[in-house]
Design a protein around this ligand. Structure first.
Ligand code: GLC
Length: 476
């Protein structure tokens, strides 16, 4: 007997029947909504896989986004490998193998590996001229700068995700020493005051390329006016990208490095841009820990473990002493060239949570700052730059929009310290943004932009947004 027939036999007042019917309809609608949501998520998951697969190239690497970014980028590759690890382990291994194959003889891993001739990107291989450095790769042309050191923790994530642990451990055994050599390069060449904090010499090394943090450094420089043809603004609306004058600064720093054949000691002496970046150093520390854990799993390697632990304790101590700004309640960048902190709050300020750097007490201060300044109900977490600061711009490249790789790190970092609710919101907001806009490079953090059709920003079908969506959906 159906529910409604049963209901009609039930001795009950009219009002009571009405309530029961309304309730039943709502239950059915709820179930349908839940079902539809599941289907939507499943569709999105399939779309994420399609984005990654389409961006994977014959040469064994994945482009971040067709047209705008046509080569292999270092930290993108790491995030991408984490996405692949969930459904195509061979591609994940290939991605990392190819990146690590481009390592220089001194342990350096470049920020872009130019696998192909492609003139849709400026500045390309001919501008960077990595061959100026005597130890650069003879196999691949690249830039002469690097990007955040993700490779250590990425290998560990791949192991966590892998079903066949032994197979993945064999792969890690093949590659791990390259990561160790890369960290040794950083500590021997990028830490002139022997503090355990490494510097970056270009804003493109930070990964947060156009952050307002760099504005303070641009004010100390007066680069020549370069003549060049921008390619990025042919793919993306110019209002979302850096200005021509900002590009003059970027090119000038590279010119100085090239005039010195990318020699690290000379760069440390002469580059107008020399910064200790909390995001970059947090990733190095996270990757140090991953190296130790993996070497222990492999067995042997006592000397390497000892060396890493020495780097690690010094790094964490200096990080906490030098980069924490108690007044702001956040970690900040330090301008090593001009010997002063750059006192702005960015999403990088919270990245130490990902690497277990702050104490629990300090982590609470950080999360309070994050929620007060970035976490209003009218916003998606987590803006890339302090929304209460004059330099905040919700549409422009790293000057405000939300980036999925930062959210992924913060999600895991918040979980590390037991901030379960904020972590859940970080994940929920990331998924909602992707549902609403698609797999874009960056997103407006305002829930109401005041415009009718706000698009996602930057490149579309962007690989790390797809890869880390896959990982977040799989991580409770
Ligand atoms: C942009 C981002 C950088 C990223 C690159 C490729 O330049 O600022 O972090 O690696 O695009 O996606």
């Amino acid at each position: 007997m159906c529910f409604f027939t049963r209901l009609s036999r039930f001795k009950c007042s009219d009002a009571c029947v009405e309530i029961l019917i309304t309730f039943s309809i709502q239950c059915l609608a709820g179930l349908t909504r839940g079902y539809l949501l599941d289907i939507m998520k499943e569709e999105l998951y399939k779309k994420a896989i399609a984005v990654l697969d389409a961006n994977f190239q014959e040469g064994g690497f994945t482009i971040p986004s067709a047209g705008l970014y046509p080569f292999q980028w270092k930290w993108d590759s790491g995030f991408i490998a984490i996405g692949f690890a969930h459904y195509d382990v061979e591609k994940a291994k290939t991605e990392m193998r190819t990146l690590l194959d481009a390592q220089w003889e001194n342990g350096f891993i470049p920020h872009i590996v130019f696998h192909t001739e492609n003139d849709s990107y400026f500045p390309g291989a001919d501008f960077h001229q990595s061959e100026l450095h005597p130890l650069s790769s003879k196999k691949y042309r690249s830039t002469g700068m690097t990007q955040p050191p993700v490779t250590g923790f990425v290998l560990q994530e791949m192991y966590r995700i892998a079903e066949d642990k032994q197979d993945m451990l064999n792969f890690i055994k093949e590659e791990i020493d390259k990561v160790y050599e890369n960290h040794a390069y950083f500590y021997s060449n990028r830490d002139p005051q022997d503090e355990g904090l490494v510097y970056i010499y270009h804003n493109w090394e930070s990964g947060t390329d156009n952050s307002p943090v760099w504005d303070d450094i641009w004010k100390t420089m007066n680069p020549p006016e370069y003549t060049f043809v921008r390619k990025d603004t042919t793919h993306v609306d110019a209002s979302q990208r850096p200005t021509k004058r900002e590009y003059d600064h970027y090119l000038h720093i590279i010119d100085i490095a090239k005039q010195n054949n990318y020699d690290d000691a000379k760069i440390a002496e002469l580059s107008p841009f020399l910064v200790q970046d909390p995001l970059f150093n947090a990733m190095l520390i996270k990757s140090n820990q991953a190296l130790v854990d993996m070497y222990i799993m492999i067995g042997g390697n006592e000397e390497k473990i000892k060396t890493i632990l020495k780097w690690q304790s010094k790094s964490i101590e200096s990080f906490n002493n030098k980069l924490f700004d108690a007044e702001l309640g956040a970690y900040v960048h330090y301008d090593l060239r001009n010997e002063k902190p750059i006192r702005h709050i960015t999403s990088s300020s919270f990245s130490p949570l990902f690497a277990n750097i702050p104490s629990q007490e300090r982590a609470e201060v950080l999360v309070k700052t994050m929620m007060n300044k970035f976490g209003g109900e009218d916003k998606y977490l987590c803006a890339s730059f302090d929304p209460t600061n004059d330099r905040f711009n919700p549409k422009k490249y790293w000057r405000g929009p939300v980036w999925i790789n930062m959210n992924w790190m913060l999600f895991l970092g918040l979980k590390n310290y037991g901030f379960t609710d904020v972590a859940a919101r970080m994940k929920q907001d990331s998924i909602e943004l992707i549902e609403k806009y698609g797999f874009y490079e960056y997103f407006d953090c305002r829930k109401d932009t005041g415009e009718e059709n706000t698009p996602g920003y930057g490149g579309n079908n962007f690989s790390w947004s797809a890869a880390l969506f896959i990982d977040m959906v799989n991580t409770p």
